[in-house]
Ligand binder design. Structure first.
Ligand code: DAH
Length: 328
C-alpha cells in the first residue's frame, strides 16, 4: 500500500505529502517502528530487520520518484521560459543614432580612413590647456571670442576641443595625426547656438617643412566634398590665436545653390570650419622644436543642420520624437 502511494504521486507537492505520511513523526513507517517495543524478545531481531528492509525499499522508491518528478519540473520550467525570437516586437519604439552622433561618426570615419588617431580629453579643463597654451594669454581680447563657463575652483568647461591638441602634444613626440571629437560648452543660446555642442578638432604635426597650407587646403576640400557632395569650397583669411595664417572655410550654399537666401545671408556661402597653420607660440608652449603643423576645428551640430536642413539647432536637443523619428 505504501509503495503504491509513492508510485501514484504525480507532482513534487503530492510526493512531499506522501513523504510526511510515510516517514514523518506521525507517519506510517514511524508507527511500524513503534510496534517494535511490543514484539517478544526472540522475534525482535527478525522484525527489526524486516522493518529496515522495508524502510530502505520505500526510501529507494521515494528517491527515484523524487528525481523523476524533479526532472519533469525542470523540463516544464525550461519550456515555459523559452524566448520565442519569432515573436512580433514593437517596431514603433525602435531607436536610432541621434543625427548629431551619426554626423560625428561620418566625420570620424573620414579621418580614421586617412590614418588619424581619435583622441579624447577632459570636459572640465584648466586655463592652461583651454587658453594659455593655445596662445590666448590672460586678458587677451580674443578670449572673449568664446563665452566661457567658469568653475568655482578655477577650472573651465572647455570652450572648444582644441585643448586636446595641447594634451596630445605634451604626451607624445611628433609626428602627430589626430582628431579630437567631443562636447564643448559656451554661454550661448539662440537659433544657431546651444550651451553644449560638439566639435571635431584636427591636428597634424611633422618635421619642419613637411606640411604646409596646401596640404591643409587639399585635405579639407576633399573632406567637405565627402560630406556635402558637389559644392564649391572657399578658403577665406581669418584670425585664430592658435594658427597663423588662419582661414575660415565656406561651402557654396546648399539651400539656394549659391543664388543667395536667408540661410546664407544672401552671400551664397555657408561657413563650415576654421583652420590654419599652427602658430609658433603653440609649439613653444609644448616645447616642440623644428616642426610644422596644421589644425582645424568644426562644429558637428552645424554640419548636421546643413546635411539634414534642420532650421533651428536647439531642436537637436529637445528630444522631440517627431524630429528624431525622421532619422530612424
Ligand atoms: N577652436 C576653434 C573654435 O572653437 C575652432 C578652430 C579654428 C580650431 C581653427 C582649430 C583651428 O584648430 O585651427 O572656434
Amino acid at each position: 500500500e505504501l509503495e503504491d502511494k509513492i508510485s501514484v504521486a504525480d507532482s513534487l507537492e503530492i510526493l512531499e505529502k506522501t513523504r510526511i505520511e510515510l516517514f514523518g513523526k506521525k507517519g506510517a513507517m514511524t508507527a511500524e517502528f513503534k510496534k517494535l517495543k511490543d514484539v517478544p524478545g526472540p522475534e525482535k531481531k527478525a522484525f527489526a530487520e524486516g522493518l529496515n528492509r522495508n524502510k530502505a525499499n520505500l526510501q529507494k522508491l521515494y528517491d527515484e520518484k523524487y528525481s523523476e518528478l524533479k526532472a519533469k519540473k525542470i523540463e516544464e520550467l525550461l519550456k515555459a521560459e523559452t524566448i520565442d525570437v519569432s515573436l512580433y516586437s514593437n517596431l514603433e519604439a525602435k531607436g536610432a543614432l541621434h543625427p548629431v552622433m551619426a554626423t560625428m561618426d561620418k566625420i570620424i570615419d573620414y579621418f580614421v580612413a586617412l590614418n588619424f588617431s581619435v583622441e579624447d580629453g577632459p570636459k572640465v579643463e584648466d586655463d592652461f590647456h583651454n587658453f594659455e597654451a593655445l596662445n590666448l594669454p590672460k586678458n587677451h581680447p580674443a578670449r572673449e571670442m568664446q563665452d566661457t563657463f567658469f568653475c568655482r575652483d578655477g577650472g573651465v568647461l572647455r570652450t572648444h576641443t582644441s585643448p586636446v591638441q595641447i594634451r596630445k602634444m605634451l604626451e607624445t613626440k611628433p609626428p602627430i595625426r589626430m582628431i579630437a571629437p567631443g562636447a564643448v560648452f559656451r554661454k550661448d543660446y539662440d537659433i544657431t547656438h546651444t550651451p553644449m555642442f560638439h566639435q571635431v578638432e584636427g591636428l597634424v604635426v611633422q618635421k619642419k617643412g613637411e606640411v604646409n597650407f596646401a596640404n591643409l587646403k587639399s585635405i579639407l576640400s576633399d573632406f567637405l566634398h565627402y560630406m556635402f557632395g558637389e559644392v564649391e569650397v572657399r578658403f577665406r583669411p581669418s584670425f585664430f590665436p592658435f594658427t597663423e595664417p588662419s582661414a575660415e572655410v565656406d561651402i557654396s550654399c546648399i539651400f539656394c545653390e549659391a543664388k543667395g537666401c536667408r540661410i546664407c545671408s544672401h552671400t551664397g556661402w555657408l561657413e563650415v570650419l576654421g583652420c590654419g597653420i599652427v602658430d609658433p607660440n603653440v609649439f613653444k608652449a609644448v616645447e616642440y622644436e623644428n616642426v610644422s603643423g596644421y589644425a582645424f576645428g568644426l562644429g558637428v551640430e552645424r554640419f548636421a543642420m546643413l546635411l539634414h536642413k534642420i532650421p533651428d539647432l536647439r531642436m537637436l536637443f529637445e528630444g522631440d520624437r517627431r524630429l528624431l523619428e525622421q532619422f530612424r
